[in-house]
Design a protein around this ligand. Structure first.
Ligand SMILES: Cc1cc2nc3c(=O)[nH]c(=O)nc-3n(C[C@H](O)[C@H](O)[C@H](O)COP(=O)(O)OP(=O)(O)OC[C@H]3O[C@@H](n4cnc5c(N)ncnc54)[C@H](O)[C@@H]3O)c2cc1C
Length: 377
């Protein structure tokens, strides 16, 4: 297990951000992060060595408190964007880990926060496994505690995650968060089927049936997982990872057009310009959403609506960029094994996040008769 706990060189946010940027520069966009289908373990180890798993912990638990200050926000954007740029599969897993740290910090007891921090400092990767398999996960009271039944169907990093935060339905039909060890390989099952993208995310199923848990494993109160604004607001982090995938596509498009002597062509120049606009649009939305989350507390619905709009804006920008890159590079963007082709598939898959119609219409309903909030930061 790698030693990860905030090495000397990254013990403040500025140093951490510099180290991330050096790591990113050492992995040019045209070099693939590894064989497709293989979990990006080397990249995860490199991030872990920089203290990336611990950085999101609150300062009082020994982390950099990336959720606790405007500077921390910039550090978290860098971490997510750069991990997505290195590999969207890596970004997916890291974003899940950060979600676990965030939810336990918000809703867990001091003891639970300390316990999670102790695991994270040893290099344990967390996972947030919510999407149910068949049958869905339930929580039943026993004489000594609780027992889980059912499976989760989409578990990123199913073989790498050591500690998962899952939701389970209790006898009253409420969703409860449970933090459990996920180190029993015999419980791992096939995931959703052969996805055309994100093959490196190691997404499988995990069967929790028969697992005994103590009351200490329950995080927060029933319903906390869906509590706003965090439930929707946390989505800005996934958008930041997607932005990293867009960075790769913009780089590869420009590089290939240059290399083929096609970058001077006015039609290709239009596409380059549009690609830059799309990427910057996504970046502005990610930063705006993050500021809404970190800024002066607003009504929960307002914060959720802002982030929901950001999520859809990034999705739309990403989808348009995919088409633009395919048009710019032609068949060359469809050659298996090229980084651009894999990133196009990975991003298209990554952008399929839950309930996009509802996300947009709920946000629209909130702002239909309210003014757009001033950006006070
Ligand atoms: C690589 C990968 C890794 C993942 N890892 C994890 C993980 O670690 N943990 C986890 O919990 N999940 C994970 N997931 C699952 C993920 O969180 C989402 O559940 C999934 O991406 C949802 O995508 P979808 O397009 O099927 O969404 P859907 O919500 O099914 O949306 C599909 C379409 O149907 C519409 N729609 C949605 N609901 C309805 C309705 N009731 N009636 C009519 N139309 C509707 C939507 O607006 C959209 O147009 C992962 C997914 C992928 C691809």
């Amino acid at each position: 297990m790698p030693v990860c706990y905030l090495p000397e060189k990254t013990q403040d946010i500025a140093a951490f951000r510099s180290a991330l940027k050096r790591l990113c520069a050492a992995h040019p966009s045209d070099i693939s992060g590894g064989e497709e289908g293989a979990f990006p373990s080397v990249l995860l180890d490199q991030l872990t060595q920089l203290g990336a798993l611990s950085a999101a912990l609150p300062v009082k638990n020994g982390g950099l408190g990336l959720h606790e200050s405007p500077e921390g926000m910039l550090g978290l954007i860098d971490l997510l964007r750069i991990s997505g740029r290195l590999s969207l599969s890596l970004g997916r897993c890291l974003e899940g880990h950060i979600n676990v740290v965030r939810l336990v910090s918000l809703y867990g007891s001091d003891t639970q926060r300390n316990a999670l921090a102790a695991f994270v400092k040893q290099g344990v990767l967390g996972g947030i496994w919510v999407t149910d398999g068949a049958p869905p996960v339930t929580l039943e009271l026993t004489a000594t505690g609780y027992q889980l039944k059912g499976a989760k169907g989409f578990c990123s990093g199913v073989r790498q995650v050591g500690m998962a935060l899952i939701t389970a339905r209790n006898a009253l039909g409420q969703d409860v968060m449970v933090l459990v060890s996920t180190d029993e390989p015999e419980r791992i099952g096939k995931g959703p089927g052969h996805l055309t993208g994100m093959a490196g995310s190691g997404t499988g199923a995990y069967n929790f049936t028969g697992m005994e848990i103590s009351p200490d494993a329950i995080i927060g109160r029933p319903g906390d997982y869906l509590r706003q604004p965090e439930f929707s607001a946390g989505a800005w982090r996934g958008s930041a990872v997607a932005l990293g995938g867009m960075d790769v596509l913009v780089d590869l498009m420009r590089q290939e057009l240059q290399a083929r002597g096609r970058a001077e062509n006015p039609h290709q120049q239009r596409r380059i310009g549009e690609a830059l606009i799309l990427r910057e649009t996504a970046s502005l939305w990610v930063h705006r959403a993050a500021r809404a989350v970190y800024g002066t507390p607003a009504e929960p619905e307002e914060c959720a609506a802002m982030v929901n709009l950001a999520r859809i804006a990034v999705e739309q920008a990403g989808v348009q960029l995919i088409t633009l890159v395919q048009q710019a590079l032609g068949l060359s963007a469809f050659i298996r094994g090229k980084r651009v082709e894999q990133t196009l598939r990975d991003l298209a898959t990554y952008l399929r996040q839950p309930a996009p119609d509802e996300t947009l219409t709920e946000a629209a309903a909130w702002f239909a008769d309210r003014e757009w909030p001033e950006d006070k930061s």
